[in-house]
Design a protein around this ligand. Structure first.
Ligand code: GDP
Length: 479
C-alpha cells in the first residue's frame, strides 16, 4: 500500500531511451516528442554506442552544416572547380528521387553511410521534403541551401556524367597513380538500374578513394544498408552500433523522420477518430503493381485467405443473422491503405453483412484512395506519409510484396509483417502470405560481387545476418 497518490499516466520516455536529443522547441514539431504517446513500449533499446555516435554526429553537423565557416570554405573550393585539398568537413548530398517510401529508405541509408564515414548529410529539398519532415538536428538545418552552386547540374546527373563514379572508373579517371588529384565532388549513381562499375561503391578499395572527396552526391531509390554490412571496414562499427541487426531502420527512422505538424495532424486525428478505442488494430497495406487499376478479385481472395488462415481476422458466420452480443464483444479496427477503395469496401461490407464466429466486432477503415501515384501534389504526399505512419501504429500488420511503402510502416513500427506474396498470372498465390523473418526493409538491387576475389558471389549467403528477402528472391535484408 502506498499513501501517496500515483499519477494515472506514467510519464513516458519521450526521448526514446536517449535516442532523441533533448532541447528542441516542441511546438514546431509536435510529433518528435509526442510519438511515444501513440506507440507501444519499445521492445528494443538503442545501444549506448549508437546514442553516443548520434550525439557526436550532431556536433559535427553543427560545426559543418549549412552557412557555417567550414561549409563556406569547402563551397569556395567547389565553386572554383579546384582539385580537392583535405578539409575537416566532408559532405554527403542526398538527392530527392523516386516515390515517398523509397525516399524514406534511401534517406536512412544515406544517413547511416554519412555517420560511418564522418560526413555531414545534406538533403535536397525536392518538391516537398521540408513540408513532410521536421529538422532532425538541433540548431543547424539538414536541408541543402537553395543557392548550392551545382544544384542546376543535379537534373543532368546520370551514369554517363563526367563525375559519375562508375563512369570515372570506365574512363580510368580513378587511378592509384599520383597523376590525378581527387575531384571536388563525385556523383554516386545507386539507382536500381546501376551497372557493375557503379556497384563497386560497395567495395573497400573504392571506399578509400572516396575519403579524399569532400562532396559526394548520391542518387538512390534503394535501401542499401544490408550491403554496407558486407563491407569489411564498416563491419565492426556496424556491429557496435546495432547489436540487434534487425533494428537498424527502426532506430534510424525514429531518430531521423518526424512528421511535420500538418502530417502529424493527419495522423493523430485519424488515429483518435477511428483506431484509438479498438482492442486491437490490424493494418493491411495493399499495393498492386499492375498496369491496370483494379481492384482485382484475386487480390481480395488473397487478403481474405491470408488474414483468415493466420488468424488475423475472424471468420464470418454465414448462417446466423445475428449473434447474441453478450459474448465476446472485443472490437478490432482494420486500417487499410491502398490507392483504390475496392478492397476496403468489400472487407467492410463482409463484416457488416455477417456476424463473426467469435462475436468480435470488426470495423474497417481506409483514410484515402488516391487512385494513382501523384508526385507533385502536396496533400497527396502528406497523406502517403501519414498513412505509412498510421500503419506503423498497428498491433499486427499485413503488407504487400516489393512495396517500400509497407517497409517503412513495418520498420518504424517494429513489426514483423505477414507479407502477401506477389500474385502471378492474376491468381491468388498459395500459400497467400508468410511471416517476415525481421522487420527490416529489403534491398531490391544488391550487388553480387566479391570485391577481394573480383568474382561473382551470392551475397545472401556470406553472413548469417544478411539473407535473401521473403518477397524478392534476389533482394537482401538484415535479420
Ligand atoms: P512503393 O512504390 O510501394 O515501393 O512505394 P513508394 O512510396 O515509393 O511509391 C508509391 C507512391 O504511390 C507513394 O509514395 C504514394 O504517393 C502512392 N501510394 C501508393 N500506395 C498508397 C496508399 O496506400 N496510400 C496513399 N495515400 N498513397 C499511396
Amino acid at each position: 500500500e502506498d499513501d501517496f497518490p500515483q499519477p494515472v499516466e506514467v510519464p513516458k520516455d519521450k526521448l526514446l531511451g536517449g535516442l532523441l536529443p533533448a532541447g528542441f522547441d516542441e511546438r514546431s514539431c509536435l510529433s518528435r516528442y509526442q510519438s511515444v504517446l501513440y506507440r507501444k513500449e519499445l521492445p528494443h533499446k538503442p545501444s549506448s554506442y549508437l546514442i553516443s555516435k548520434l550525439r557526436s554526429y550532431e556536433v559535427l553537423h553543427k560545426r559543418c552544416g549549412p552557412h557555417t565557416e567550414s561549409y563556406n570554405k569547402t563551397l569556395e573550393q567547389l565553386q572554383s572547380g579546384q582539385r580537392a585539398s583535405p578539409s575537416d568537413c566532408n559532405y554527403l548530398v542526398w538527392m530527392s528521387f523516386s516515390g515517398l517510401g523509397n525516399r524514406i529508405l534511401t534517406l536512412a541509408s544515406a544517413f547511416l553511410y554519412a555517420v560511418l564515414t564522418n560526413r555531414v548529410l545534406l538533403v535536397e529539398r525536392g518538391v516537398d521534403m521540408p513540408d513532410l519532415f521536421c529538422e532532425p538536428f538541433l540548431g543547424v538545418s539538414w536541408l541543402l541551401p537553395s543557392d548550392f552552386p551545382i544544384t542546376d547540374q543535379f537534373n543532368s546527373f546520370d551514369q554517363k556524367s563526367l563525375h559519375c563514379y562508375g563512369n570515372m572508373l570506365k574512363k580510368n579517371i580513378v587511378g592509384n597513380s599520383t597523376g590525378f588529384a581527387p575531384l571536388p565532388f563525385v556523383y554516386l549513381h545507386l539507382v536500381h538500374d546501376y551497372d557493375d562499375q557503379d556497384k563497386l561503391f560497395f567495395c573497400d578499395q573504392d571506399q578509400s578513394y572516396f575519403q579524399k572527396i569532400p562532396w559526394l552526391i548520391m542518387k538512390s531509390d534503394n535501401y542499401f544498408i544490408p550491403s554496407l554490412f558486407l563491407i569489411p571496414s564498416f563491419e565492426q562499427e556496424l556491429n557496435n552500433l546495432f547489436p540487434e541487426k534487425e533494428t537498424v531502420f527502426y532506430f534510424l527512422g525514429r531518430y531521423l523522420l518526424h512528421p511535420t505538424n500538418p502530417v502529424w495532424g493527419l495522423v493523430t486525428r485519424y488515429y483518435e477518430a477511428y483506431l484509438a478505442k479498438a482492442d486491437e488494430i490490424l493494418g493491411i497495406q495493399i499495393r498492386v503493381f499492375d498496369t491496370e487499376p483494379g481492384p482485382f478479385q484475386h487480390v481480395l481472395d488473397q487478403i481474405l485467405a491470408c488474414t483468415m488462415k493466420e488468424n488475423l481476422l475472424p471468420k464470418i458466420n454465414q448462417n446466423e443473422p445475428i449473434i447474441d452480443p453478450s459474448g465476446n464483444q472485443k472490437t478490432k479496427a482494420v486500417l487499410m491503405t491502398s490507392l483504390s477503395s475496392g478492397y476496403f469496401e468489400k472487407l467492410r461490407d463482409l463484416y457488416w453483412e455477417h456476424p463473426t464466429v467469435t462475436g468480435e466486432v470488426i470495423g474497417v477503415y481506409q483514410p484515402s484512395h488516391e487512385g494513382y501515384q501523384q508526385t507533385e501534389k502536396q496533400m497527396h504526399n502528406r497523406k502517403a506519409w501519414a498513412e505509412m505512419y498510421l500503419l506503423s501504429l498497428t498491433d499486427k500488420l499485413v503488407t504487400s510484396s516489393w512495396s517500400t511503402f509497407g517497409y517503412v510502416a513495418q520498420g518504424l513500427g517494429g513489426l514483423k509483417p505477414w507479407i502477401l506474396y506477389k500474385p502471378e498470372n492474376r491468381t491468388a498465390p498459395n500459400p497467400p502470405c508468410r511471416r517476415a523473418m525481421s522487420m527490416e526493409p529489403c534491398f531490391h538491387a544488391p550487388p553480387f560481387y566479391d570485391c577481394k576475389r573480383k568474382a561473382g558471389v551470392d551475397t545472401g549467403e556470406l553472413v548469417p545476418h544478411v539473407r535473401h528477402c521473403e518477397d524478392m528472391s534476389w533482394g537482401l535484408k538484415l535479420i
